[in-house]
Design a protein around this ligand. Structure first.
Ligand code: UMA
Length: 511
């Protein structure tokens, strides 16, 4: 039976201090909404409008419909051919496609508007709901309100979210604790909550959480929150770094003192964002030992759990993931698993057997001595730089795509001397070329195929061709996975038509 989270529990923080409490500054619409949501209990509401008929919106609608609520789903596009839409419609949900009048009528009868993560806060239906005084609830918050006693781990950060989410699930399962990956990783949280409620042995829900999902959080309080890093990303959506960091901060804003917050000790923005946290703090660091948490001690990962002495876990080179950023990811996951009771020996054993997700520094093949590496998931500048810094050989970098207002010039000095040539594709090409001109050699290529061909011709044995776009994929591809697959397909075709030498293995040029 699906149990809701109770609202206004005595042990929950008084969110009024997080909302606007000053007469001098008028409350922002987000703060007013947080106040409205504080008192809103979805158990007692019957009629919901869901904005966005993508994965999250449909999952939210399925969750609400399973609880006997009346649901209308509005979308600016038309996805009526979608099987999931048809199934929901047959189950009684209404759909309104790109029809503002119909959407307004639905809103007039609704008690709350549920927002999909991809819908920007400035959407006219959100403004309309605000004008009507309706609570606006994000899909993450909605699902959490219905998650009952399920144990929840939430992972956010600019980079590494997916890897850490997967690592935590892996560590929990190694300890015999059933766990499910959910959220931004692709399996909507609303579905995971609905499925967990029907499970006699509910799993721990490990939720990858994006800044988009955190925009509408008003009470979300995971048992364990993990904040990995905060570097510029999605500035086109959030407007400024301040707003972006503010969204990330919400992962811990409503946690209680008996919950755990795992924070990157080496990231000043993370430390600033969690200054007021109420939860028990656990740190991870690549630079120095911590009292409670995990760190790198010489070439060994180490951990100090609550009430126990520091212990070594595994050697850095036993970790089946490349780059120091992945060592930090492993430390973060170890802290989260430890907070949920997983012992250090199990953590150590399981870290050695983790398999990385595709499109993340994935070595596709070595052809003619050149290693081709797919890091299509590097969709922002920080990830791009970390990917480049993972190699000690000259890098032929394929970058570009949809621009997210990223400060490309800020990474010039970190690419200089490492990148032999940048092969630029997609909409952001001109801005990147201007920003990097003089620091690295530039080859405008427009498309992936042209970039790969140019890089193949230029790269010598021992060098690396790296796809780390530093941009979103949506100008030329459906998503980062499709972009990574296009890269990998081209490389495999190249490999098939190139005679391989005896020594040609996917041996890495990484340090
Ligand atoms: N839509 C509108 N009006 C708008 C915007 C969108 O009607 O103004 C409609 C679209 O027509 C479409 C639907 O909304 O029908 C799409 O909704 P959505 O953009 O929220 O996407 P979903 O399919 O629900 O997928 C979302 C996440 N997408 C985004 O945050 C953009 C997925 O993360 C996530 O896996 C999924 O929920 C399940 O939780 C993807 C992503 O790109 C991977 N995330 C960003 C990132 O990782 O950088 C944040």
């Amino acid at each position: 039976m699906m149990k809701p989270r109770t609202c206004g529990r005595e042990d929950e923080p008084d969110v009024s201090e997080n909302a606007n409490n000053s007469n001098e500054n008028p409350a922002s619409s987000a703060q007013r909404n947080a106040e409205r949501l504080r008192d809103f209990d979805p158990r007692w509401a019957d009629r919901f409008v869901v904005l966005g008929a993508g994965r999250s919106g449909l999952a939210a609608a399925r969750l609400l419909a399973s609880l006997g609520k009346f649901v209308t789903v509005c979308d600016d596009g038309n996805r009526s051919d979608d099987e999931a839409v048809q199934a929901l419609a047959e189950g009684g949900a209404d759909f309104i496609w790109a029809n503002r009048t119909g959407a307004e009528v639905a809103l007039g009868c609704a008690e709350a508007l549920v927002v999909s993560p991809g819908v920007p806060a400035g959407h006219s239906l959100i403004a309309s709901a605000e004008a009507r005084g309706l609570p606006i609830v994000g899909e993450l918050e909605l699902a959490w309100r219905f998650s009952g006693d399920a144990r929840i781990v939430a992972v956010t950060g600019t980079n590494g979210k997916t890897t850490v989410t997967m690592l935590i699930r892996h560590l929990l399962e190694a300890a015999g604790l059933p766990a499910v990956e959910t959220g931004n990783i692709g399996h909507p949280f609303s579905d995971a909550v609905r499925e967990a409620a029907a499970d006699p042995k509910p799993p721990i829900l490990v939720v990858e959480v994006s800044s988009f999902q955190l925009e509408w959080v008003a009470r979300f309080a995971p048992d364990v929150a993990v904040l990995l890093n905060i570097t510029p990303d999605h500035l086109d959506r959030h407007g400024s770094m301040k707003e972006y960091a503010e969204a990330k901060r919400r992962i811990a804003q409503f946690q209680r003192a008996d919950q755990t917050l795992v924070v990157n000790q080496d990231d000043a923005a993370c430390l600033a964002a969690t200054q007021d946290a109420r939860a028990r703090l656990v740190f991870f660091s690549l630079d120095r030992p911590v009292d409670l948490g995990a760190w790198v001690d010489d070439d060994r990962l180490a951990i100090a759990a609550e009430g126990s002495k520091p212990h070594g876990l595994i050697e850095l080179d036993e970790l089946p993931l490349f780059g120091m950023h992945n060592a930090a990811n492993a430390l973060a996951a170890a802290c989260a698993a430890s907070a949920l009771g997983v012992g250090r020996k199990t953590i150590a054993r399981a870290l050695k057997t983790f398999q990385a997700a595709p499109h993340r520094l994935e070595s596709v093949a070595t052809v003619g001595g050149v290693e081709f590496v797919n890091d299509s998931k590097a969709t922002n500048l920080d990830a791009l730089v970390k990917a480049v810094e993972s190699f000690n050989a000259p890098v032929h970098l394929i970058a570009g795509g949809r621009d997210k207002d990223s400060p490309f010039a800020s990474v010039r000095s970190r690419l200089e001397g490492r990148v032999a040539c940048a092969y630029l594709i997609g909409e952001a090409s001109d801005r990147i070329a201007q920003a990097w001109d003089g620091a690295v050699k530039i080859a405008p290529c427009e498309t992936m195929d042209k970039a790969l061909e140019a890089a193949r011709v230029a790269a010598c044995a021992g060098e690396v061709v790296l796809l780390a776009p530093g941009c979103a994929s949506f100008d030329q591809f459906a998503n980062y996975a499709e972009r990574g697959e296009a890269f990998a397909r081209w490389v495999r075709e190249l490999q098939a038509r190139t005679p391989q030498t005896k020594h040609e293995t996917a041996e890495s040029a990484r340090p």
